[in-house]
Design a binder for this molecule. Structure first.
Ligand SMILES: *Cc1c(COP(=O)(O)O)cnc(C)c1O
Length: 464
């Protein structure tokens, strides 16, 4: 499988190099040159398979030629064995023909574990084979950092440094990162905000000379391997609900557009998906684009669903690439034009997206109301991100006879503020495997908002 850049002028790469690269040198994102396509008979024959076998069937075409079949099977088995439910991604019914897909059964209680647990193992495999070491540098406002640390803590050839804004992540989120005490795990609290952290990571990727030759690897959601791992649960949900002979719709709480883009790929690989709902919070640029063909940047709003507080959704470019007929140079022109002045794209391109996508933006007050409504209807507690997905699903649904599945992206215990504000009157509890989180020893370094001090720290502590 070859991967090409969405901006059309970077060389094509194989899976291994895409795994170890962030942005393409032309500023684009890597996508498969051609998608694998499965027949309806083939998909139907996967009904009832364990999640791990399904995952192998769906993902193997993407890594073929790079990762031997048996190694990949083993990695997948290990990855999903750390989840606390044997179905891995279980479905829960909310109402007639309405479901949530629980994607928070992994070690850090958010869907990012699906990809980052696998990413850590893929990196380990590839780096051992090449006898290479890398440094991972990432910034997090919450969920990504802990999932990346959990995913990479056993990787011998990786040192991982995660920056978070000092005193600006929740206690649960901080402890999920800082209580992982591996030789290769370094948490840095920056005296600044999330944007400062992210800027430092960007600057470090642009000039990696401080590492004198060691490669820097990105674990943010532009990494192709993360998207790939997220395709699988669309297949598993559909197969549980009568697919592929019956089509299914999904509503996806959206920030960087990675998770919902995986659903779009599942459909292009042959899975009958009727409708994809982009659910956003007050940061609604994607909602304005989908509903009105208006792509305009606004300032960042802080909401009760912080994992979706994003101004520019990086993976959206991967959809745009298809809307531009996979013409990278034309897309590069549009992306440059959007930098100067945002606005609409040609109507026919936008209409092509509208065939599949609907969207909705949900504010904080309504998010809390939905948590309460769902709890009153079912005694099932959802987190604020999931609540936005459920509301969007209910508002945008086109056809009540088609099952609607909302992706439950996080466990409510991670977001106690929204749960409390909703007035459900209960406090969510940590699952067993994290029950002693508050007693665990923490370790992190507080550093000033200064790039050279961060670089000095990384150089001093990395193991090679
Ligand atoms: C990361 C995250 C999202 C957004 O996912 P994208 O792939 O960035 O669109 C939604 N909900 C939760 C809980 C998350 O952690």
């Amino acid at each position: 499988m070859k991967y090409i850049s969405t901006r059309g002028s970077a060389p094509a790469l194989g899976f291994e190099d895409v795994l170890l690269t962030g942005l393409a040198p032309d500023g684009g994102l890597y996508v498969p040159e051609t998608l694998p396509r499965f027949t309806q008979e083939e998909i139907a024959s996967w009904a009832g398979l364990p999640y791990t076998i399904l995952a192998f069937n769906v993902m193997y075409p993407f890594v073929e030629g790079s990762i031997p079949e048996n190694d990949f099977r083993l990695m997948i088995d290990e990855t999903y064995a750390v989840f606390d439910h044997t179905a891995v991604a279980p479905l829960v019914q909310l109402d007639q023909n309405e479901w949530v897909l629980e994607l928070f059964r992994g070690p850090t209680l958010a869907f990012k574990d699906f990809a980052l647990q696998l990413l850590g193992r893929l990196l380990d495999h590839v780096l051992k084979k090449r006898n290479e070491r890398v440094v991972i540098l990432g910034a997090t406002s919450g969920d990504t950092g802990s999932a990346a640390i959990e995913g990479c803590k056993h990787c011998d050839n990786v040192d991982i440094f995660i920056l978070h804004p000092h005193n600006r992540v929740s206690d649960v989120q901080r402890k999920q990162m800082t209580t992982v005490l591996g030789d290769n795990v370094f948490n840095i609290a920056i005296e600044g905000n999330f944007d400062d952290c992210q800027q430092m990571v960007k600057d470090s990727f642009n000039d990696q000379s401080f590492l004198s030759g060691t490669r820097l690897v990105a674990v943010n959601s532009i990494n192709w391997a993360r998207i790939m791992a997220q395709i699988v649960y669309y297949f598993s949900a559909s197969l549980s609900l009568g697919g592929p002979s019956r089509s299914v719709s999904f509503s996806v709480p959206t920030g960087n557009f990675g998770d919902i883009f995986a659903g779009y790929l599942a459909r292009n690989m042959g899975l009958p998906i009727n409708q994809l709902v982009v659910a956003t919070n007050k940061n609604d640029i994607l909602h304005r684009f989908i509903s009105q063909n208006d792509y305009k940047l606004e300032g960042l709003h802080h909401t009760l669903s912080p994992s979706m507080d994003i101004m520019v959704s990086s993976n959206f470019e991967r959809l745009m690439f298809d809307l531009y007929g996979r013409d990278g140079l034309a897309l590069a022109g549009q992306m440059e034009a959007w930098k100067k002045q945002s606005g609409a794209i040609e109507e026919y391109r936008w209409l092509a997206a509208r065939k599949l996508f609907d969207s909705c933006s949900v504010n904080d007050d309504r998010t809390c109301e939905v948590i309460k409504e769902v709890f009153d209807q079912t005694e099932y507690l959802i987190d604020p991100h999931t609540a936005i997905g459920v509301e969007a699903a209910r508002i945008c649904r086109r056809d009540g006879s088609i099952p609607m599945v909302t992706l439950a992206t996080a466990h409510p215990v991670k977001f106690p503020e929204a749960v409390e504000k909703s007035g459900v009157g209960i406090t969510p509890e940590l699952p067993h495997h994290l029950a002693d989180l508050y007693e665990r020893k923490e370790s992190y370094e507080v550093l000033p908002n200064n790039l050279s001090e961060v670089h000095a720290y990384v150089v001093k502590h990395r193991r090679s």
